[in-house]
Design a protein around this ligand. Structure first.
Ligand code: NDP
Ligand code: MG
Length: 383
């Protein structure tokens, strides 16, 4: 029985992870879990999965949660300290990190420091502090990606040596605006941006897919997971069936295919390097008929290059890119800025940033905070 701690149980990945656990009660148990604010769903999950320790990040929701869980045998904490306690619970061996944004960094680092393996959906953690996270992990724990592209790369790599990789071919759907002209994209609404063609996900990553920042963040994520020197090519594949590929030095390409269903990479991360039988819907290639590919349009989707530049600059720049993106995406969701200003906000914030080296979690947090304030200033000035 694998004892798991689930950070972000009420989100899209969290709910899918719980479904994998629900289908395999003899293999997995959730000993501890966290949520942000959604205490109604959280309380239902706690009653079903019976963890011994839980935490709600938003402390103003603590009393409501306690009321909902009256009579349940569970310890209830709150705040970042509560999330960290859940991530380091002594009964567990694996932490599933499914919090959104750089808020996932501190608990992920705490989990690694206390020797827990980390199944990571929260790509922002690797974007903002990839070097720190990997340095810490190298000593003692495994980091297993949940992101479907990175899970695909891990599966395609299966036993091969990383130095045999010629390039990683990172696929992306192109999002809801793939076929829009640049002019048409200027006036897209929040509703249109939230309408992803293939995946049902949380709001932040859905907007990241619409700007294609998601592919930029994943490019950085792949660099940290599979080697900074590895060549990574991005290719648009609108059907989201090939989740990514590796071309090896002999030009042979290994791809991983499947339905767009996050439970598949979640189950793989929970059982890696093993697999378990799952009765999820199978891929019907004859029904699919065709798989197509095209070059990404870097002009229409400037966020990809911004992410690549941030990693090339290094130091605090990826943390600044990420924080400015989080602020800009939220402002777009709040209808405070138009879609095209997401990239502009990030670009200006990066431009105004004076980079410094990262030696600790605190260095990342300072850059993150600076970028949030800077991005907010720009948003207020421009609107
Ligand atoms: P959601 O917005 O659906 O869920 C986010 C989760 O984090 C919720 O449980 C939320 O709690 C919690 N949360 C939010 N803010 C905080 C905070 N400050 N402290 C603690 N907990 C917090 O996001 P997704 O599930 O879509 O994405 C999660 C991560 O996984 C992201 O990094 C995303 O990029 C990545 N990912 C997601 C995929 C998907 O299919 N959804 C695919 C690949 C990667 P509450 O709702 O209770 O407030
Ligand atoms: Mg992905």
């Amino acid at each position: 029985m694998k004892m798991i701690s689930l950070l972000g149980s009420t989100g899209s990945i969290g709910v899918n992870a719980l479904d994998v656990v629900r289908r395999n009660p003899d293999r997995f148990a959730v000993a501890a879990m966290t949520a942000g604010s959604n205490v109604e769903l959280f309380a239902q999950q706690v009653k079903e999965f019976k963890p011994s320790l839980i935490s709600v990040f938003n402390s103003s929701k603590l009393e409501e949660l306690k009321e909902l869980l009256k009579g349940e045998d569970v310890e209830i904490l709150t705040g970042e300290e509560g999330t960290v306690n859940v991530a380091t619970h002594s009964d567990i061996s694996l932490v599933v990190s499914a919090i959104v944004g750089s808020a996932g960094l501190a608990p992920s680092m705490a989990a690694i420091k206390s020797g827990k393996d980390l199944a990571i959906a929260n790509k922002e953690t690797l974007v903002v502090a990839g070097e720190l996270v990997l340095r810490e992990a190298k000593r003692k724990v495994n980091i297993i990606p949940i992101d479907s592209e990175h899970s695909a790369i891990l599966q395609a790599l299966n036993g091969e040596k990383e130095e045999r990789i010629k390039k990683i071919i990172l696929t992306g759907s192109g999002g809801p605006f793939r076929t829009f002209t640049k002019e048409k994209m200027e006036n897209v609404t929040v509703k249109e941006a939230l309408n992803h063609p293939n995946w049902s996900m949380g709001a932040k990553i859905t907007i990241d897919s619409a700007t294609m920042m998601n592919k930029g963040l994943e490019w950085i994520e792949a660099k940290w997971l599979f080697g900074l020197d590895t060549c990574i090519e991005i290719i648009v594949h609108p059907q989201s069936i090939i989740h990514s590929m590796i071309e090896f030095v002999d030009t042979s390409i290994m791809a991983q295919l499947g339905m767009p269903d996050m439970r598949v990479p979640i189950a793989y991360a929970l059982t890696y390097p093993d697999r378990i039988e799952c009765d999820f819907p199978s891929l019907d290639l004859a029904e699919m008929k065709q798989l197509t590919f095209e070059e990404p349009d870097y002009e229409k989707f400037p966020c990809i290059k911004l992410a690549q530049e941030a990693l090339e600059t290094g130091q605090t720049m990826p943390a600044v890119l990420n924080a400015a993106n989080e602020v800009a995406v939220q402002a777009f969701l709040d209808e405070a800025i138009p879609f095209k200003d997401i990239a502009e906000t990030i670009r200006t914030t990066m431009h105004n940033h004076k980079c410094h080296a990262i030696d600790s979690l605190e260095d990342v947090q300072i850059a993150d905070q600076w970028a949030r304030e800077e991005a907010k200033k720009r948003i207020t000035v421009a609107h």
